[in-house]
Ligand binder design. Sequence first.
Ligand SMILES: [Zn+2]
Length: 497
Amino acid sequence: MAQAQRITPRAKDFSEWYNDVIMHAELADYSPVRGCMVIRPHGYRIWELMQGALDGMFKATGHRNAYFPLFIPMSFLAKEAEHVEGFAKEVALVTHTRLKATGKTGAGAVMVDPTSELEEPLVVRPTSETIIYAMFAKWIQSYRDLPLLLNQWCNVVRWELRTRLFLRTTEFLWQEGHTAHVDEADAEREARTILGVYRRFAEEWMAMPVLTGVKTESEKFAGALRTYAIEALMQDNKAIQGGTSHNLGQNFARAFGVQYQTAAGGLEHVWNTSWGVSTRLVGGLIMTHSDDNGLVAPPQLAPVQVAIVPIWKSDEERGQVSGVGGQVKADLERAGVRVELDLRDNVKPGAKYFEWEALGVPVRLEIGPRDLAAGQTMLARRTGGKAPTPIAGVVAAVITALAEIQRGLLEAAKQRREQASIRGVTKAQFIEFMKGSGGFAYGGFCGGGTCEMEIKEQTGATIRVLPDPEFRSREAPKTCMWCGKPSVAEAVWAQAY
Ligand SMILES: [Zn+2]
């Protein structure tokens, strides 16, 4: 009980709460290297489940996995002008290859060997467009080699100054898809397909509703023609960019000479796309669903979906309840459910409940001697509610509960998002909204970078997306909510992570 109470309530300090949830669920920890994080087994399992689901979706849409090196020659980054500008301020460099002993002791016992300086420094990949397209130039000759649809699962490094566990860390894990196409239409189709995959994953697996749309010029990826994104609203009404999909046009193909022979015998540059989601999604999952008792994991991505907690006083009772518990566990596992049986002797049932709660386990089954006598178990949901369930039908009841919890979480998150959204804002309303509760503000936008900059400076809000048709307001705004000039598109603003 004491443990659950140590989680700072959301209403008191959201950011403290977020860190407490992570620590109590043992998802991650701070590392000896500033800005980096250690992902602990429970957190890593969530990532593995995310990977498994996404990887299946990528393969089902024709993509194959490959692996490219961690190091990129520094000169590669200079080849695409916007790209280098976008990443120059946050790259880690390898300049030397050796240390040597100094003969001293302690911290000064080794130094960089000055004779080992590299002729050309290597960049630790912040993203892999440059090295992948250098290889594409070698592999693509003819229209018959296209489309080329690759993905890689890896780590990247972006030297961040202000970091937060999962949301922004100097090194993070992600997947980056890289594709090459014969023309703009095919590249556009690909960028859109992946946006759809990301949305489906966010909603069906994470139970995290998202808006989809295109980024403005100032928010797009460095070197892209267009960037599409999924955006979700967290419980503190700040937005999180969950994933991006870029139509890169021919920018990188020109920089790296990726050309192909057309069916008619001409020579053309390919059209590229790139797209990624990262361990940041784990942060999004935490902030979408969790409560003051700790992590709430959507069943689809919960490392443990069911915790069975037998209750006993005597050894004889222990034998009975753990026997039935073991049988229920085996039955659930056969049905594909991830389940743990908690037979620890040195922890009281109440304390076990709090622990499994903090870990985000969606369903808890309590089996005591009295339940056993009645042929039932108590089925408690992490999201609230507890009911006796006949042991004979427990597998079906658990599967139903998991599905209902999954649906309920998505529904609740959607409702919360809609309650924190305002449409057709005026400038005055907008300023008040962003000063107050915050959330998604829909309004007219003139397309001007000046308005975007002023809004960011005065309210901290940025345009998250120019939303896709299904998210737009029924009536298109006529004027820019900030400057009053004619609106070119409806925009959605929010303060963001
Ligand atoms: Zn304007």
